[in-house]
Design a protein around this ligand. Sequence first.
Ligand SMILES: Cc1cc2nc3c(=O)[nH]c(=O)nc-3n(C[C@H](O)[C@H](O)[C@H](O)COP(=O)(O)O)c2cc1C
Ligand code: SF4
Length: 451
Amino acid sequence: MPAEIGTVLVTRRFGDEENKQITSYEANGGYKIARAAMAKSPEEIVDQIKASNLRGRGGAGFPTGLKWSFVPKDATDVHLVVNCDESEPGTCKDRELVYWDPHLLIEGMIIAAHTLGAVHNYIYIRGEMMREYAVLVKAVEEAYARGYLGDKIMGMGNQACHITVHRGAGAYICGEETALLNSLEGLRGQPRLKPPFPAIKGLFGKPTVVNNVETLMNIPFIVDQGGQWFADLGVGRSGGTRTVCVSGHVEKPGVYELPMTITFRELIDDICGGVWKGRKFKGLIPGGTSMPPLDESEIDVPVEFDALMTDERIKPVEVTAGVNFDMGGGRELRTMAGSGGIVVFDDQTDVVALTSRIMGFYHHESCGQCTPCREGTGWMDKICKRLMNGEGKVGDVDLLGNIANGIAGNTICALGEAAAWPMMGFLTKFRSEFLAKEVIGKSEDGEGEAA
Ligand SMILES: Cc1cc2nc3c(=O)[nH]c(=O)nc-3n(C[C@H](O)[C@H](O)[C@H](O)COP(=O)(O)O)c2cc1C
Ligand code: SF4
């Protein structure tokens, strides 16, 4: 049976200061699943995770069981790293998850570490999240004191599991897994070329699995109740529930754990109290600002991973006449579930100003290693700003499309796409608003100038 509204796993302790303490966590069965998992073989657990259809909640939706199986079986010195950087604009679920249920994350990590044979493990948390950092440090200390972490965990002579909580300095790019690993190693937070992938050569050159906070918090439920149970909660190839964070122009913004089957329209109207101030809906960003937007005609699609990429009701992105961007696997770019950061905007929103704000962010956060991203994000930022300020030139709209097209697929990491995809999406779905600004800004003779 697919989950219904009100079925909650990872957010079940939200709002309860008492229940997030270790005594209360234990009293409600906490750490029993990790203890039971110690008796299971890694193969058995990986099989359950694969059967569960758990997909990474960090952005790409990659199958977690498959990712774990990439670590070579005879590997030594494996590391597990939790990505708690949560830097994607519009995304604020991981900080809440960590704050309200730190022991669920630690329990998920212990099970994952046992499965991967990982001894020295890390939680990389965004520097600004001081409140959550303090909660995590306390929870890790409590887990050490109770013997859930240490050299011989749970009284077992052959099992060691250590966790270090490490604060980043607050750079968007350090959420990208290889930049994160560089930052953990004390290097400049810049992405590495792949391959080799972290599962083969990651932290300190050793096989490493990087997983998002929410991904790992689902692990105890799967190990306890079985992969099939978790798969059945979801739909198709997406198991379990989805935690989304809704912001922008709705009456009730917030972090919500929901069935995969709920549509964006239901989410806005039934969960978030509708568009604010009695205004009309104009569009939304479905999974952090790096994802192409949806307009009013496209929001009867479920929040599930595959629907966002393949549903025929979502228009494929067309950048300039005759140019379609292919996101791989032969699919034209529609959009993706991404980080779960849903940003709703009403009918009074200036889409060009919104896009300009987004491009400014990616320009600022580009690490500068690759020319298409370093220069292209800067050009898109500059052109969007001049359009927004009424100084646009004839040809600017096509120019933006061509620049975005030149970035996507031509960079070391996906920050390039994170800037190019929304640019293409906004240009396609709200093209007339960009063209209107181009006309307003053209020179008096109507010719305009080159960029
Ligand atoms: C520019 C950029 C920023 C990212 N930021 C985050 C982030 O803040 N948190 C996160 O979990 N994943 C982030 N990711 C995705 C990670 O690289 C990685 O895929 C993810 O942590 C894997 O975990 P999962 O398989 O559990 O989703 C980012 C990716 C890119 C390209
Ligand atoms: S795509 Fe951008 S952020 Fe990523 S490595 Fe290249 S320059 Fe750096």
